[in-house]
Design a protein around this ligand. Structure first.
Ligand SMILES: [Zn+2]
Ligand SMILES: [Zn+2]
Length: 117
């Protein structure tokens, strides 16, 4: 349930910010109708979390180092940044549970991509 309510919050934010995003897209891509690849923004909307003991990345099956910063999907699955980035290159669902990742842009996500931080 928590994953769902988080997703709903993300969607609410998106509606508010949609107009602003469109303006920005024009600036960034120089084209009104340019469609931003969904996966890039799925990636940018993932959370960075500290790993817990004995958790492993379900893609490469390696255990995380203690306190390592890992990527968490809205469905609470954790992966190495690199692993999930590769996985999401063309897909936008969680490899564990097939949860559909958000494909729209949040303001923060957009800033992250623009500023690269
Ligand atoms: Zn991994
Ligand atoms: Zn999942």
């Amino acid at each position: 349930m928590e994953a769902i309510s988080r997703l709903i919050r993300i969607h609410e934010q998106q509606e508010e910010e949609e107009r602003e995003q469109k303006k920005r897209r024009r600036t960034i891509w120089g084209c009104n109708n340019h469609i931003i690849p969904a996966t890039r923004f799925s990636i940018a909307s993932l959370e960075s979390k500290e790993s817990q003991n004995n958790e492993e990345c379900s893609i490469c099956l390696d255990e995380f180092s203690e306190g390592e910063q890992v990527t968490q999907t809205p469905c609470k699955h954790k992966f190495h940044d690199d692993c999930i980035l590769k996985w999401l290159n063309g897909k936008h669902f969680c490899p564990m549970c097939r949860f559909q990742l958000p494909t729209k842009v949040t303001k923060d996500a957009m800033n992250k991509l623009i500023l690269g931080s």
